[in-house]
Design a protein around this ligand. Structure first.
Ligand SMILES: N[C@@H](CCC(=O)N[C@@H](CS)C(=O)NCC(=O)O)C(=O)O
Length: 199
């Protein structure tokens, strides 16, 4: 059985979305997490090494970190078609967008949010102003990161953009807005929102 370690309205909500897209059986285990305001605490039940969410347990196999969980789940259920498998020509692009999300996009967004300058040439990521043209260019050429094909990578990117849609931190882009709307219009996203509320 798949168990998602989850806290409502956090990065783990996206994995309810992915599990709903996959249409597989899973349970949600709500855990407490440390909050920005100092409330909360690491939950001893949570297998993530820093007590963060999401984390996943697949019959004793523990997976943590969003990009790893996305890849694990799409490889685990290849017949669901939510991530290109190893021999697929789209595999390289899929891995690249997943790694780019964790290694570049999130640090870029958090740097901007925290008003921290990104040291040029030494940080492993770049400023959000350099990231967005890459993504706009990619998404102007197809509805999804892999072109016509929706994948778990779109769950990570689309929900992030939907969250930042009204934020003054992100320059307005019709391409990004339309993409975010496309991703969150999916029925699995709506089901995930309802499940998130109940967790
Ligand atoms: N790099 C992690 C980030 C996970 C993360 O920071 N999750 C937040 C909730 S959105 C959390 O658990 N915060 C509690 C803490 O930092 O202790 C991932 O992408 O999975």
């Amino acid at each position: 059985m798949l168990t998602l370690f989850h806290h409502p309205k956090t990065r783990s909500t996206r994995f309810i979305f992915l599990l709903e897209e996959l249409g597989v059986a899973y349970t949600v285990r709500r855990v407490e997490i440390r909050k920005r305001d100092g409330a909360g605490a690491v939950d001893a039940l949570n297998p993530h090494p820093h007590g963060k969410v999401p984390a996943l347990d697949d019959d004793g196999v523990v997976v943590f970190e969003s990009s790893a969980i996305a890849l694990y789940l799409t490889d685990r259920f290849p017949e669901r078609g939510l991530g290109p498998t190893v021999t697929d020509p789209d595999r390289g692009a899929y891995l690249s967008w997943l790694a780019y999300y964790s290694g570049v996009v999130e640090p870029a967004f958090v740097s901007k949010f925290m008003n921290v300058a990104v040291p040029r040439g030494t940080a492993g990521w770049v400023a959000v102003e350099e990231v967005m043209p890459v993504l706009i260019d990619r998404l102007a050429r197809g509805p999804y990161l892999l072109g016509e094909r929706f994948s778990a990578a779109d769950i990570l990117y689309g929900t992030t953009f939907a969250m930042f849609a009204q934020s003054p931190l992100l320059a307005k882009s019709p391409v990004i807005d339309a993409y975010a709307e496309r991703v969150v219009a999916r029925p699995a996203f709506q089901r995930a929102q309802a499940r998130d509320e109940r967790a």
